[in-house]
Design a protein around this ligand. Structure first.
Ligand code: ADP
Ligand code: MG
Length: 244
């Protein structure tokens, strides 16, 4: 976890109060999020469930500083995000957040290792040499020089997880990270996310697959741009023991 940024004890924490986000102009405004309150403790693995269009991606994008909220208070890793402009949000994101997307989003003209190194360079965080180590951690040491098109979907997503970890983020955000993968391959990705959480990192994952919620400390259910329920689970399951 980051030792240099964010007040101690708040690394990886998330606090939303009456957070709203609309898209479109005043007359035709669509509420993507409406008056959302949410607390996530450092070190939790949180799974977000909800139907398509319920605001899950918007929630992740606001917490990760990809977009700004219109109203309410948003504090992530001890930093107040509410009034920040796009440049300040980018600085926040590079210091605190790792993102994993449904469709991997690797740069096609860079090798697996270069896809990770470029983030170390761009953010000034994470030694370039660590890219090879992270690739080995996700079981892809021998694929370092392969381009994304030469890798399976599951392998590309493992590169994406390694890329998200190169900056040593406080908070790992994953938006349907297994949505484009078959079950066995998806399980491998979930194992990496759970391992990262067990190493102390806060993980917030959106999924369509309610069975995956078994691995969470807390399950957030969304509906129509709001949080419908938050359920604590005292004994989250090992990915390996979840049948689906
Ligand atoms: P989910 O991830 O749960 O499917 P989203 O957060 O993507 O939901 O979307 C929530 C709502 O906001 C939906 O009604 C969606 O159509 C709308 N929305 C999301 N992004 C945009 C955008 N860039 N422009 C306009 N409407 C958007
Ligand atoms: Mg979505």
């Amino acid at each position: 976890m980051s030792e240099t940024t964010g007040p101690a004890g708040q690394r990886g924490s998330v606090r939303l109060r009456s957070v709203s986000k609309t898209y479109g102009s005043a007359e035709a405004a669509v509420y993507a999020l409406r008056d959302v309150d949410l607390d996530i403790e450092p070190g939790e693995l949180v799974v977000v469930l909800g139907p398509s269009g319920s605001g899950k991606t918007t929630l992740l994008n606001l917490i990760g500083g990809i977009e700004a909220a219109d109203a309410g208070q948003l504090t992530v890793a001890g930093e107040e995000l509410t009034e920040r402009n796009p440049a300040a949000l980018t600085g926040f994101r590079r210091a605190h957040i790792g993102f994993v997307f449904q469709y991997f989003n690797l740069v096609p003209t860079l090798t697996a290792q270069e896809n990770i190194e470029v983030i170390a360079e761009l953010t000034g965080r994470g030694a370039r040499g660590r890219a090879a180590e992270l690739l080995a951690d996700v079981g892809l040491a021998e694929r370092a020089d392969h381009f994304p098109a030469q890798l399976s979907g599951g392998q590309q997503q493992r590169v994406a997880v390694a890329r998200a970890l190169i900056t040593d983020p406080d908070l790992l955000l994953a938006d349907e990270p297994t949505g484009a993968l078959d079950t066995a391959t998806g399980r491998r990705i979930l194992e990496l996310l759970q391992r990262s959480n067990r190493e102390g990192r806060t993980v917030l994952m959106v999924t369509h697959n309610a069975v995956i919620a078994a691995i969470a400390h807390r399950v957030v259910r969304m509906r129509d741009g709001g949080v419908e329920s938050v359920e604590r689970q005292t004994e989250p399951a090992d990915v390996a023991s979840v049948a689906w």
